[in-house]
Design a protein around this ligand. Structure first.
Ligand code: ZN
Length: 392
């Protein structure tokens, strides 16, 4: 592959991206900024908008590739950001990308416009060092629908790639994986997530005549207690123990003298690789059947992602070695935290995640240290150097 080489500055590109207020599903020009930088380096860019006609928000995505040869190493991420909350809580305009005390401030600085800029700058530096020549391809899969419903983003771009017979051989996701400082963690998997809605029906009535009513509250309490009393597991090699958390219990009753007709509870399970959505569905129904002792209940389940784990291999090893080289510490392999688009990518190729420090992500005054942006650029460049070694 012979490509153009280009001088792209991580800080400038991070700030240009932050200045686009791309709160999901708005793109606000963010992908245009990115595409212009990639085209300067010789990438062939495809804009892929999905949704709109089916009632979902129409969302724009970008797939860019440099080179045709295998292996195709892909960097994945998102340019959309979460809402800012209250503008007045921010010290400065969250979309002005102000620099203060050695930090770039703004929504998306940590999650994850800074990492996207670092990747583009890393490719520019890599190409310059190699005079634009390497064996393989580099691609970027960037969605505008990660913080939202994630239905018109990465999953659909991967389907589009699959349909046109294009293969990704390895993928690095640039989510902020470091809890407090650079070099702490590479994510090699993620826990699964299941949402449950448990409903118990009764018969409404006056509290003075309980014999004429049927109160669903004690039965719901018994069912919820059975769920929280159970221990799902004690963890596995790369995962913390699975956890069931009750998130709400409601009866929708404002009267003190009325027995409510219905009571319901919501819960979420974050589960490791010892379970699947299907096995938890079975376990929940068995546990509830036992506790209900013949009484009726309704359980609705939605699995938003299965747990997954990529065994250590060439990709995670390259990231760990590059991070250790630049940062002086070898990151741990972990699986903690929320879900990410890696849950879609792992069906196609080995995937790992490494990015910035996530401490301020989704918060007021989101920011990232300029030194961290520069370090991440060097780490990504080190990854490219290791995955595409110079041929003697
Ligand atoms: Zn993110």
């Amino acid at each position: 592959m012979t490509a153009k080489t280009g001088d792209i500055d991580t800080i400038d590109l991070t700030r240009a991206l932050i200045r686009c207020p791309s709160v999901t599903p708005q793109d606000a020009g963010a992908l245009d900024v990115l595409q212009a930088a990639l085209e300067r380096l010789g990438f062939a860019c495809h804009r892929l908008a999905f949704g709109g006609a089916d009632g979902t928000d129409r969302v724009d995505n970008l797939y860019a590739r440099l080179g045709m040869a295998a292996p195709n190493f892909c960097f994945a991420g998102h340019t959309d950001v979460v809402p800012i909350g209250h503008r007045d809580d921010w010290a400065a305009d969250p979309f002005s990308a102000e620099i203060r005390d050695g930090h770039v401030y703004g929504r998306g600085a940590a999650d994850m416009k800074g990492a996207i800029a670092a990747f583009v700058a890393a490719v520019g530096g890599f190409l310059a060092a190699r005079n634009g020549t390497f064996d393989g391809s580099i691609s970027l899969l960037i969605t505008g629908d990660e913080e939202g419903p994630a239905v018109n983003g990465t999953a659909k771009v991967l389907d589009w790639l699959h349909q046109r017979g294009e293969t990704i051989d390895m993928c690095l996701v640039g989510e902020p994986t470091n809890p407090h400082r650079m070099g702490e963690m590479i994510k090699v998997g993620r826990r699964g997530s299941l949402n449950g809605l448990l409903t118990v029906e009764g018969t409404k009535g006056h509290v003075a005549y309980p014999e004429k009513a049927d109160n669903p509250v004690p039965r719901l309490i018994a069912l919820v207690s059975a769920l929280t009393a159970a221990e799902l597991d004690d963890g596995s090699a790369y995962f913390q123990p699975s956890n069931l958390e009750i998130t709400s219990i409601d009866v929708g009753n404002t009267a003190s003298n009325v027995i409510p007709p219905r009571a319901w509870a919501r819960f979420n399970i974050r589960f490791n690789d010892r379970h699947s959505g299907a096995s938890l569905d079975r376990w929940l129904r068995e546990t509830l059947d036992k506790a209900a002792d013949g009484a009726a209940y309704k359980l609705e389940i939605e699995v938003s992602g299965e747990s997954f784990y990529t065994p250590p291999g060439a990709l995670s090893e390259a990231v760990a070695a590059a991070a250790e080289d630049v940062l002086g510490r070898r990151p741990a392999f972990g699986t903690s935290g929320g879900t990410s688009d890696a849950r879609f990518i792992r069906k196609f190729c080995p995937v790992a995640e490494f990015g910035l420090v996530g401490e301020t992500m989704h918060k007021v005054d989101e920011r990232i240290a300029i030194a961290d942006l520069e370090a991440l650029t060097r780490v990504y460049r080190g990854v490219l150097g290791r995955l595409f070694p110079e041929t003697p």
